[in-house]
Design a protein around this ligand. Structure first.
Ligand code: SAH
Length: 374
C-alpha cells in the first residue's frame, strides 16, 4: 500500500449514508452535525465541490479535500427519446459503464437505477444477462446516478421541468446481491436531509433472492417488486434460473412475510414480462390467478422488449389484453406497462452498458452458482 494518498485512496463521501458519514466525521475529529450539513450540500443543493459548502469553515473544507473526495461517474453518453425518456451511459473508474434511465409521466418522473456492472443471474430474456457480471456498484455509484440525473435534467432546456419523484432499482444488476451498498444508497434516497423520497416511491426489484428479501424488510422500509414471469416452476426456471435455488412456493412464503399479517397497506408488485407463446397463454394467466388470489399485490404486465438474438418475441396486444382480462375477472389488479424509451434502447431489459472484464461470469460456474452471499 502506498503511503501518499492518491485520488482513489481518499474516501468517497457519496459512499456513506448519514449515519456512516457522521461516524466518519467523528473518526477524523469533526462534529457529527457537520456531516448533516455536508449531506444537505451534496444532495439537496447538488454541490460536488467543497469550496461551495459555505457554512463549513475553510479549514474543514481544506481537510476534507485532503482526506476525502466527492467522486461521481463521468457522463459518456446522453440520449433523449422522442417520448421524453432520457438515458445516460455513465463511465466508471476502471473503464466499465452503466446505464440509467429517466421516464417522465404526467404526475411523476421515475428514475431507473443500476446496482451492478452486468448481472450474474442469467435470466434468458434480459440483455443485461448476456453481458455477464463484472462487479457490484459502490453506494456512491448507485446514489451518484440519482445525483447526476438530477443535475443533467436541470441542465438541459428540454428536460428542465422534469423531476425525479420515484426511484426504481430496475436497471442493470440484481440489487439484492449488492445488499450493503444498496441499503446505504436507499437510506439517502429516503433521508429528508438528502432526497427525502417516500418509501412508496422507492422500489427495489428482485428476481427473488429470498434471504435478502427477509433481511431488507428488517433493514429499510421501501417498496418491493418481484420479477415473477411465470407461475409454474418448470417455466420460471427456464426464464429465471435463480428459481432452481428459490422456487415459487418459497418465494411466495417470503412475500407473505414481507407483507406481514394484518397490515393491508403493504403489498408486492409482481412483474411479468409478456413473451409470445411462452408465458402469455390463458392457462398461464389461470396459473397466476391461482397463485396470487387473495394476496395483496399488483401485477405489472411488461411487453417484452426485444434485443438482438434474444430468441423471444413480444406478445401481441390481443394476447396481453386477454391475459389481463383473466386477471381482472378474478380481481387481481394488473397494469400493462407502456413501453418507453425503446428508440434509444432504454426500455426494460435493453440496458447493456459496457462490461469490460467478463471473466467473473466464468468464475460463477466454477464456484457455487451464485457465490457465498446467498
Ligand atoms: N434484477 C432485478 C432488477 C432488474 S430488471 C429483477 O430481476 O427484478 C427490471 C425488470 O425488467 C425485471 O422485471 C425484468 O424481468 C424486466 N426485464 C428484463 N428484460 C426484459 C425485456 N427484455 N423486456 C421487458 N422486461 C424485461
Amino acid at each position: 500500500m502506498s503511503v501518499t494518498a492518491t485520488k482513489t485512496d481518499r474516501v468517497n463521501l457519496l459512499d456513506y449514508d448519514r449515519a456512516g458519514l457522521r461516524e466518519y466525521f467523528a473518526s477524523i475529529g469533526e462534529k457529527p452535525f457537520r456531516a448533516d450539513q455536508v449531506i444537505k450540500w451534496l444532495y439537496q443543493h447538488g454541490v460536488a465541490d467543497f469550496d461551495e459548502m459555505s457554512n463549513l469553515a475553510v479549514s474543514l473544507r481544506q481537510k476534507l479535500s485532503q482526506v476525502s473526495e466527492i467522486y461521481l461517474p463521468e457522463v459518456e453518453q446522453a440520449n433523449l427519446s422522442a417520448d421524453g425518456t432520457s438515458k445516460w451511459i455513465f463511465r466508471l473508474r476502471g473503464g466499465n459503464s452503466i446505464e440509467t434511465v429517466f421516464i417522465p409521466e404526467k404526475n411523476r418522473g421515475t428514475l431507473c437505477v443500476s446496482s451492478q456492472v452486468g448481472c450474474a443471474l442469467d435470466c434468458s430474456f434480459c440483455s443485461t444477462a448476456r453481458q455477464g457480471f463484472n462487479r457490484n456498484l459502490s453506494s456512491g455509484e448507485i446514489i451518484g446516478q440519482v445525483w447526476l440525473a438530477t443535475h443533467l435534467l436541470a441542465q438541459s432546456p428540454a428536460t428542465r421541468e422534469h423531476r425525479i419523484t420515484n426511484v426504481v432499482m430496475m436497471g442493470m444488476g440484481e440489487p439484492l446481491l449488492n445488499f450493503n451498498n444498496l441499503v446505504k444508497a436507499l437510506n439517502l434516497m429516503l433521508d429528508d436531509s438528502a432526497y427525502g423520497l417516500s418509501k412508496r416511491r422507492v422500489t427495489v426489484s428482485t428476481s427473488g433472492v429470498l434471504p435478502a428479501m427477509d433481511k431488507l424488510k428488517e433493514t429499510v422500509d421501501v417498496s418491493l417488486a418481484v420479477s415473477l414471469h411465470a407461475a409454474n416452476d418448470a417455466l420460471r426456471s427456464r426464464l429465471v434460473p435463480l428459481n432452481d435455488k428459490y422456487p415459487i412456493s418459497e418465494l411466495m412464503d417470503t412475500c407473505r412475510r414481507w407483507v406481514g399479517q394484518g397490515d393491508r397497506k403493504r403489498h408486492v408488485m409482481f412483474e411479468y414480462v409478456m413473451l409470445e407463446g411462452v408465458n402469455d397463454q390463458p392457462e398461464h394467466a389461470r396459473q397466476l390467478v391461482k397463485l396470487l388470489k387473495g394476496f395483496p399485490c399488483k401485477v405489472n404486465l411488461i411487453p417484452f422488449n426485444p434485443f438482438e438474438q434474444s430468441g423471444y418475441q413480444r406478445s401481441s396486444d390481443e394476447a396481453i389484453d386477454r391475459f389481463w382480462q383473466i386477471l381482472h375477472k378474478n380481481r387481481i389488479v394488473a397494469t400493462k406497462r407502456k413501453t418507453r424509451g425503446d428508440d434509444i434502447d432504454g426500455a426494460c431489459g435493453q440496458l447493456a452498458g459496457q462490461v469490460n472484464d467478463r471473466s467473473k461470469r466464468v468464475l460463477k460456474f466454477m464456484k457455487p452458482r451464485y457465490g457465498e452471499s446467498l
